[in-house]
Design a binder for this molecule. Sequence first.
Ligand code: S3P
Length: 431
Amino acid sequence: MPDKILNTRPGRLIGRVQVPGDKSISHRAIMFGSIAQGETVIENILQAEDVQTTQSVYQQLGVKIEATDEHLKIQGRGFSGLQEPVRALDFGNSGTTLRLSLGILAARPFAMHLIGDASLSQRPMARVLEPLGQMGLHISNDAKTLPLNLEPNAQLNGLDYVLPVASAQVKSALIFAGLQAQSATNIVEPIATRDHTERMLTAFGGTSLRHDNTLTIQPEQTLHGTTLQVPGDFSSAAFWLVAGLLVPDSHIVLPKVGLNPTRTGLMQLLEKMGAHFELTDVLHDSEPMGTISVTTQTLQAIQVTEVDIPAVIDEIPLLVLAATQAQGVTEIRGAEELRVKETDRIQAVTQELRKLGADITEHPDGFTICGPTPLHVVNKTQVDSHGDHRIGMMLAIAALMTEGAVNLSGSQAINISYPRFFEDLATLWNE
Ligand code: S3P
């Protein structure tokens, strides 16, 4: 795998960066645009490998999707207008595309063969297949991971279901299936997860009803194409938030970042650690967004438990990095989901940050981090993304604080969600 040499000279981060469009919202916009009636225009869609995967899956299902530099135009066909693909549907590295699409594909009157890359083929799908099976989906090869053979299916039943894992992907699959069922579907979420699917359902003219932690989806809703503006991805902004806090003398401004509270857990936890962020130009649309400004600050250790996890799930590698520089002992527990992400992120974060001198103990469900520890390079330290975009970017931020160069292998994984990452870093970096 090609290497990237990181941080050969000391510097600070100064300036303004517009992070790319939100990945979770971009996937959903293509899916809703495809199953709605009429034209959908998506502005600021994320142009990265995972979203290209979603685009190509729905094109193979017969949806006309046209991309220009400014936007993506989709000619929606309704659920029943989706066509039998001529080849296997390839979900690449994208768990979100696969899990959410299973809810859409669960009631298609034709068979389908679903495949993905080596990482996705190891990730657990039973969490979606079990409830969808109760609704009426059949998998002819009886598999719980890719490859999957979906049998033709004409009918789904409504379902009452308590989510056993706090997963927005499972919830969203059941929302899509519920829209096609014969009766209402009730989904109970013991711990709240990101609500982009519910918000976008409303933007396309549909409804869902929330009562405490139960979400009800009525079938037979007509969805209409619309125009959507995708906010900047908070998960991409998160790299600059942590870098801005930790790299001495930095000041970073991030305009038009998504501020959906089910996603911004990292900001709240960093505030508990003593950080302050300035929020300006906040807009409350279907998805809230605003400008976040950050300057270098000192941090204190905190305790993070299961209830905190869903709103910070993708940013935990960065939270661990922040904790290595905080005063005291930080505990992060209840995060066992990290073991089944693009790689085992508990193992990968511990192994790679230890190479830079961090004091981290791994637990089955999280970490104990003792800080602050200066990060350093021992003989041209080689770190590895483990083929995981978020691990690769977190290590690139860690390398900004080391003295001397760090070699990152597997840096191309970053193209999954943030292809411009190193360009944005070069814009901000001042020697
Ligand atoms: C996502 C939900 C989260 C997150 C993933 C994207 C989504 O996964 O980790 O990167 O877009 O719904 P889970 O819902 O499985 O926790």
